[in-house]
Design a binder for this molecule. Sequence first.
Ligand SMILES: [Zn+2]
Length: 466
Amino acid sequence: MTQEDHCDLLFTGGIVVTIDEQRRVLDPGAIAIKGEEIAAVGSVDELADYKAKRVIDCSDKLITPGFIDCHNHLFESMLRGVGEGMKLWPWLSQLMQPFGDRVTRDEAVAAVTNCALEAIRYGTTYVVDNHYAPTDLDTTLAVADAIASTGLRGAVARGMYGHPTAISDQFGFDVLDRTFLYSVDDEIDITRAAMEARPPGSKVEIWPCPENISYNPQELIIRAVELAREFGTRWHSHLAEDDTEQGLYRDQFGAGLVEWLNAEGLLEGGTFAHCIWLDDKDIELLGDTGAGIAHCPVSNQYLATGIMRLHDLRTANAVVGLGSDGSCCGNQDLILAMHQAVLLQRVNTLDPTIVMAQEALEMATIGGARQVGINAGQLAPGKRADLAIIGLDAPQARPFNNAVGHLVYNGRGSDVEMTIIGGQIVFEDGRCTMLDEEAVMEEAQARADELFERLGINQFRSHWRN
Ligand SMILES: [Zn+2]
C-alpha cells in the first residue's frame, strides 16, 4: 500500500455529482479527503484500497459540491418575515436602513452566527456576507469571526456609503441620520484596516463593498476597486436592481451604470448582486470582462424588482452564481434558489428550455466558486473539500429517477444531512458541530426581542394584519 492510499475521510457509496470538467456523475461513487482537500474521486471500486480514519457510508445519498452563496446579508435575519409589501427603495430607506443603523455590534453578531448555522444546515459552504450595519472596524471583524466560528467560510463585503448623493436623496435616504456616518476617506481607511486584519486566504476575508453603484459617490467606488486590486480580492456591490437606476444615472452622468463602470475600467474583479435592468451592451460588457453576477431569484420576486436576463448573461460568458440576499426575502436555502432560478425564467419567457436544472446546480457550485475566486465548486482531486451530502431515503425521493432533477425540483435545504467545509464536518446528525446551536438560537432570539422593544417596532410581530 502506498502513502497516497491513506486519507482522513472516505465517503463511499453515494451518487457523486462531481460538476468536474466532464460533468461526471458516479453512481455509486466515492470521495477521499486528506486534510482540507479532495485527494481522489472515483467509483467505489477505484477507491476501495483507501484506508481512512473515518469511512462514511453514503448509500442512498447524493453528494454534491457545497453551495456558494454569492450575496447575503446575514444580520438582516433579525427582521425575518417583516416588511412585506414594500418596494425596494421605501423598503431600504424606511425599514432596513433605519433598523440597521440602530443595531449594535452584539446584536449583529448574534444574528449573523445564527443565520450562518442555518446556511450550513442547508449545505452552504461559502458565503459573501454584505454586512452594512454597523460597519466600524471592531464589528466588521467580529462579524467575520462569527461566521468563521460556525465553520462556514466566506467574505464579509464591508458595506460603504461615503456621503449622500443626488440619487440617494431621490431614493429617500435623505431622512437617514446614521447611514452616511463615514466620509469616503474613513470608509476606505476602515476597510483597509479590516482587510489587513483578515487578509485574502483567511477563513473569512474582507472585501470592499460600495453598497450600490447608482447612489454611492463615484469616488468611493473607484477607490474601493483600487483597494480590492491592491489586496488581490474581489469587490462587491448591488447593481441595477431597480428599474429606475439606469435612467437616473444616465440623466446625471450621461452614461448607464455598466457603461460607466466599464469606461473607468472597474468591471474586472467585481461581483454584482442582481443585475436585472441591463441592455444588450451591458450584458456584452459584463460577459467580456468576466464580471461576477450574484443572481437572487427569491429576493427579486419578494421585492418585485424584476427578472434577470439569465440566459443572455450566461451566453455572454458572465460568471453567474446564486445568492439568497438575506433572510428578509426568503431563507438561506440555495436549493430553493436553484428551483426558483429555473421557474422564474420559464414563466417569463414561456420557454421550458430557457434554463435547465443542471445549469442551476452549476450556478450554485462552480459558477459561485469562479465568481468568488476559490478553488472549490467541483468534486475533483486538489479542490477544497467542501461538500453537501443530501439524503434520498424519504418519500419525496421515491421513486428516485435522477440526481439533478430530483435535487432541483424535489429537494430542499432540509434534506442536507451532512456539510463538510475544508475537510471538516460542520453539520452531522441534525446538529452543527462547531457551536452549541441552542445557545446561539437563544441569544439571537433574546437580542431580537430586546431590539424590537428598544426600537418600538413590536407591531411588526403581529401574526395577522387586519
Ligand atoms: Zn442585497
